[in-house]
Design a protein around this ligand. Sequence first.
Ligand code: GLA
Length: 372
Amino acid sequence: MIKEVTAQAPGRINIIGEHTDYNLGFVLPAAINKFTTVTLRPSEDPNLCTITALDLGETATFDLRDPKPMEPGWVNYIMGVAAELQKSGAQFPGFTASFSGTIPIGGGMSSSAALECSVAVGLNTLFDLQLPMDTMMYAAQMAEHNFVGTKCGIMDMFASMHGKTKQAMLLDCRSMEYEYFPIDLGDYQLLLLNTNVSHSLAGSAYNERRAACEKGAAIVQQKFPEVTSLRDVTLSMLEACKDVLDPLVAQRCRYVVAENDRVLAATRALSTGDHVQLGKLLYETHAGLQHEYEVSCPELDFLVAFTQQRPQVLGARMMGGGFGGCTLNIVHKAAVTELIDEASAAYREAFGRDLTPYEVDIAEGAKVLSVS
Ligand code: GLA
């Protein structure tokens, strides 16, 4: 009988392919060397779960027989995973969990998916559930939908589960087929700049964007029955439907259709070592997210614009859901320190707050660290 399991799951970056996952398109994420770690034990009470957020110094309990979203909000990530695993047929008793992490909350690096995946992988070993990785991944996504309230796509959980050192993953969110892509940027490297803002719009606007995309796809489908999601839509189809599409919905859809093309163009650029082209694609994505999809914010726009006058930076864009978090930059290795110093000073002057730079490495996906 296992008494204790410690499991870990990583956060993620996304090279390109933003807001494409829930439209069944392409994404190019990678797991990073920032993690959530959870230690789980069977609890004495067969139904009671006691969860401690070590970084917050808070503890909360819930009854496994009656899982419902509750306060404090962080409990819902763990409760949601447990409840969704049970819905999928797994049976296990109450447990205690304590977790902590190194992924900045609200930084757009998917600290929530990392927490969910670490709990899923940990419970799987603690109670010998023998669950396939996909069952755990989808339970983590459904925890977000049903307990946290974000109708997210699959990218974050996928990256946290499937990450591989030095490799990004080209994921087709329709077929769920994927391919590892080595990330070797030669004299360049990735750099994250965290705006340290997380605007409260994020949750509701995310679900609104998703709804707009689904509405757009449904309208295009009336004219083009082969369409089942924006993944199947082309710019000329959108043009053909312009009289029946709400202009704002059409604008959102145009961004998604173009972004899917950019992901594939980015993989071609990576394969041929054309980092200049990759950088251009990042800037194009940012422009689309800023002006068409409208999920950026002044702090993110400022940092991206700041890099645009600097030849040492090949590309930059906001990363993740938006309304705060980090920019992802492709920077010449020799210019990283200078860029951090200059961007930090300019950002402080413009917004009166500090940014936080991260030079992340691409890391392994979720795993069990110890069993006793
Ligand atoms: C969040 C969601 C993902 C994805 C991104 C935007 O991270 O959790 O599913 O939609 O936003 O690309």
